[in-house]
Design a protein around this ligand. Structure first.
Ligand SMILES: [Zn+2]
Length: 369
């Protein structure tokens, strides 16, 4: 059996490998901003997603983890008892004061605080949180307050998101040339030469040589771009290269492999402000704002009140930054059912007159304004 026959047999397997390489599973509380060609983004939550169908697909990992840092301790929902939706009030969380934290470790993407585990969306974020909690443990309450303020403003810093995005786009310029050339060879030229009569007129080895050269150009550009974007993270760079060498079809996903960890540190709402359309962002921030509004005022015996107050402050600043009027996002949620007169401030379900308490959440209903 000659080489072209072997290629004929393995080519369909390579295409299947390419498709499998473009499928990701997103865990609960982890989020994904996805764009098919790098312009319009959509927000995806947990489940299976096909993300790498086109060479220019971009994906940014983010999260909405049940993990809150406060001045006195950490609220977290351990993975063993994940509730159906994001926990909101303090009784839904496990609470550990900084004094009670005996050990905090980051094991790949898992953050371990005493015997509690939180599965983070990125190994970098797990390490960052480990270092931050270690630091908070050694500080006074006033210093912790200041440190948490700085942390909250850093993770919602939209200017910094824009800077990182700019660095990313300028770093992938060469990949945007070589990856489409490689895709052209792989999806068009190679099958034509292997399976059609055109193959008679072309020498397969002459075709494979430029394809091989393009593949190595993609590897080099990936290495250089990763260094520009992520700096000293050599281990991650080597892992990506090994993956692309062991499975050469994954080099067709070189652009989105680079994008995944770009915004590991940032709050998903701030990313939404930068990446989503104004209409989609307004819907997203509106829900978060009336939750913050309700939980910062109504749940006054809750240890998370200050957390929600701070959150509200940053949400308002993002809304202003995006040029959205506060009247469009504050107040009650959008009515799904016109006959509803009241709504649940936690889950947004509408209720007709006569109902006082939400049957799912057990909290008092609010009047639609
Ligand atoms: Zn409810």
């Amino acid at each position: 059996m000659d080489f072209s026959h072997i290629l004929k047999v393995i080519y369909p397997c390579l295409v299947i490998l390419y498709l499998i390489d473009g499928i990701v599973y997103i865990r609960k509380y982890h989020l994904l901003f996805v764009s098919l060609i790098g312009n319009r983004f959509q927000l995806k939550d947990s489940g299976l997603h096909i993300i790498g169908f086109f060479p220019f697909s971009q994906v940014f990992l983010s999260h909405n983890l049940p993990f809150r840092l406060t001045d006195d301790g950490v609220y977290l929902s351990s993975n063993q008892n994940e509730p159906a939706s994001i926990p909101l009030i303090n009784t839904d969380y496990d609470y550990i004061t900084y004094q009670d934290i005996e050990k905090v470790r980051a094991d790949e993407r898992v953050l371990k605080i005493n015997d509690k585990l939180v599965r983070m969306h990125s190994a970098k974020y797990a390490q960052y949180m480990r270092d931050l909690i270690d630091k908070l443990k050694s500080l006074s309450r006033a210093q912790r307050q200041q440190t948490i303020l700085v942390f909250s403003s850093e993770v919602t810093d939209i200017e910094e998101i824009r800077v990182r995005r700019y660095i990313y786009y300028t770093s992938i310029r060469w990949l945007k040339i070589f990856v489409p050339i490689l895709s052209f060879y792989f999806f068009l030229v190679l099958p034509l030469v292997l399976y059609s009569d055109i193959g008679v007129y072309f020498d397969l080895y002459r075709l494979l040589l430029p394809m091989l050269i393009t593949y190595f150009c993609v590897l080099i550009c990936e290495f250089v771009a990763h260094k520009k974007i992520y700096g000293g993270d050599t281990l991650a760079r080597i892992n990506i290269l090994i993956r692309m060498l062991l499975s050469p079809v994954s080099s067709l996903h070189a652009v989105n492999i680079l994008s995944r960890d770009l915004f590991w540190r940032f709050d998903y709402i701030a990313l939404g402000a930068e990446l989503l359309s104004t209409a989609t962002f307004t819907k997203l921030v509106k829900r978060e704002l009336w939750l913050a509004d309700y939980l910062a005022v109504k749940a006054d015996d809750d240890g998370l009140v200050d957390w929600w107050k701070l959150r509200k402050k940053y949400l308002i600043s993002l809304v202003t930054e995006k040029g959205i009027s506060q009247e469009d996002v504050l107040g009650s949620p959008t009515k799904e059912d016109e006959s509803a007169t009241r709504y649940c401030p936690l889950c947004a379900s509408g209720y007709r007159s006569g109902f006082i308490v939400c049957s799912d959440c057990g909290v008092d209903l609010e009047d639609f304004k």
